[in-house]
Structure formats: C-alpha cells, structure tokens
Write a protein that binds this ligand. Sequence first.
Ligand code: FAD
Length: 380
Amino acid sequence: MDFSFTRAQVLARDMARSFAQAELAPYAQQWDEQARFPAEAIAKMGPLGFMGMCIPREYGGSALDGVSYVLVIEELASVCASTAIIVSVHNSVGAYPIYLMGSDEQKTKYLPDLATGRKLGAFALTEPNVGSDPASIETSARSDGGFFILNGTKTFITSAGTSDTVIVMASTDRAQRGRGISAFIVEKSFPGITVGTHENKLGIRASDTCELIFENCRVPRANLLGPEGAGLRAALNALGFGRVGVAAQAIGVARCAMEAAVHYSRERNQFGKPIGSFQAIQWMIADMATEIEAARLLTLRAAKLKDEGRPFATEGSMAKLFASETAMRTATKAVQIHGGYGCMKDYVVERCFRDAKVIEIYEGTSEIQRLIISGSVIKK
Ligand SMILES: Cc1cc2nc3c(=O)[nH]c(=O)nc-3n(C[C@H](O)[C@H](O)[C@H](O)COP(=O)(O)OP(=O)(O)OC[C@H]3O[C@@H](n4cnc5c(N)ncnc54)[C@H](O)[C@@H]3O)c2cc1C
C-alpha cells in the first residue's frame, strides 16, 4: 500500500495543523476545564471545508478523500481532542449517512447547511439501557399518517445540545429487533424533543454530551432515512466510518502526549542529568513512537480501503481498537514520565490521559471492536 501523500492530502493536513495551532491551542485547556463547547472554532471550520469533508461539492462539501479526512482529524486532536470528536461525529455520522442513504430531496434539503458548517449534525443510537447491543433499542417510532411519532430517551449524545439535526435510530417494529430499526433525520426544532442532562465528563469535556428525550415527537414521513427497517445497517455502516475518524483522533491524543513527554524528558534533571538519558525513560518513548506509527498505518489503511471502495469495517475496527489503546498506554506513560507534575492540570498530559480513556469507550468499546474483528477472522 502506497502512503506517499498527494498534494491535496498534504494541503489538507497542513491547513488543519495551522488552524489547530492558531485557533485551538490557546484555548483547549480552558475549554476542557470549563467544559465549554468550542463554538467559535467550530464556526471557523465551515469556510475551511472541514465540516463537509466527505460530501461532494454539489452539496457544498469539500469532497476530500478518507486519507485527508484522517489526517485532518489527527491534527485537530493533537491539540484539542474535544474539537476533533465534534468534527468527526458531524462529518462521519451526522452528515455522511444522509449522503449515503438519503433521497435527492433529503440531500438537497440538509447537506448544504451541514457540509458548510452552517448547521451541526449529531447521531443518536445509545439509550440508558442499550449501548453495545443496538438491536435492543427501546425508542419507538409509530407510523401515524404522514408522520412517525417518536418516544424514548437517547443518552450520551455528542453535540446533542448544540446540533441542529440528529440522525436518530428508533424501532418501528420491536418484534423484528435489529431488522425493525429505522433511521430518521430529526430537526431539533421538531415538537416533542428536549435536551436533557448535560453530562459532566472525565475527558473530552469541551464536547457537549447530553440526553435527548422524545415525547410524542412528530417526524415527517419524508424524514425517514433509507427504507423502513434498514436503520441498524445504516447505523453500523456510519459507525464503521466513524471509527476510522476516532482512530485518527486517538493518534492525535497519543502524539500530543508523546511530544510533551519527549520535551519534558529533555528539560527535567534528576541525579544531575536529564531524565531522558535514563534507559527506563528512553524505552517508554521508544514504545510510544512505535505504537503511534503502527496505529497511524492501520488507520491510513482503513481510510485508503474506503477511498478505493473496498470493505473496511474490520480494518476500521482494528484501527480504532489499536489506536485508542495506544492513546491510553501512551498517555499513561507520558504522565509517568512527568512524575508528580503529570498529575497536575498545568501539564497537557493530564488532559491526554483523561481524553484517551473516553476514546476507548465511544463508537464501540474495545471489547466490541474485538468481537467484530474476531468475528471476521473466524468467518474467514
Ligand atoms: C463522551 C461520549 C460520547 C458519546 N457519543 C455518542 C453519540 O454521539 N451517539 C451515540 O449514540 N452514543 C454515544 N456514546 C455512547 C457510546 O457509544 C457507548 O457508551 C458505548 O457504545 C458503550 O455503551 P454503554 O456505555 O451502554 O456500555 P455497555 O454496552 O453497557 O457496556 C459495559 C461494558 O460491558 C462490555 N460489553 C458489553 N457487551 C459485551 C460483549 N458482548 N462482550 C464483551 N464485553 C461486552 C463493554 O465493552 C463495556 O466494557 C458516547 C459515549 C461517551 C462516553
């Protein structure tokens, strides 16, 4: 597989790198501490094309390929993991399913605003009683003339408070379980939808994560996304792509932790020498660098397969699993290298450590990625 980047890919990566340094770096720590949504930064990303990366130009997108997409997400995450997940969720599971499965009317109505960042997208699958087993969702959608009536609660939804549209999974036929789940494009202004608890989180604190409550929420039949009963397949496809972005996010967090650890190991002296001269520290840094490179290769491979129109679900799961666990291991070592200072909020490794833990959980936990990967390997 050839990983020499095209000019367009390098341009996208460098633009994201400059943007992250100028617009995220000065504020990321403060956003994390205050759990403040980075609204100003998100607004500036529309004109740069970062809010419609996978959407064709005819719908206002920037039509970047999957490789550019992961390069951009890594750059954003290397400075602010919260901003990176807001952008990743918006692109991969908030807007892309409409492009993949939407009717012409739905694409024309929703994509231009989403792809240019005028509106923000979200994706709602998880419920209080249902996470890893999405076929069991309890939110119902009852057909009523020209509408579906949605009832139920979604939980831990990224950008639930700040988004304008949400792709919602609801059961149109509970008896059919997975085959009875349908996807809907729900505008937050529809009657019967309220934003519930804003979660106070361990990490990824600047992204807003809330409950969404549906009480007789009337969704026009025209907003059914794809055929009735095809929602779970749509959700799993969307998450398959979402995971590649989350893997890139994890690499960004790991890179941030490693760069801070390398810097600290040069500056901090003990026993009359920089701690970076001790083999114990050098080995930790060697492991970090190797794992980050391996995670990046897995992620690029998944993105490249997608670009070639080939199956990439297993490779995406491998990338998400390995990259998120790499982020956790790297951040843990980076805190260790900082000693007591690593536990202090003045040092970025403390934030990386908290962010990395969350990345091992959302868009499918490590255990679920292992289920997907082993299922595919055993089937072969
Ligand atoms: C910050 C954040 C943002 C999120 N954003 C979104 C969002 O935008 N949209 C959305 O729909 N969801 C979102 N989620 C939800 C997230 O995807 C779920 O939390 C995740 O899928 C796990 O579900 P759960 O929390 O219900 O855990 P559970 O499914 O209850 O799992 C609990 C534990 O059991 C393990 N487990 C479960 N089943 C198995 C099994 N068969 N074999 C082995 N182990 C198993 C899990 O791996 C985990 O360790 C978000 C979560 C967080 C924390």
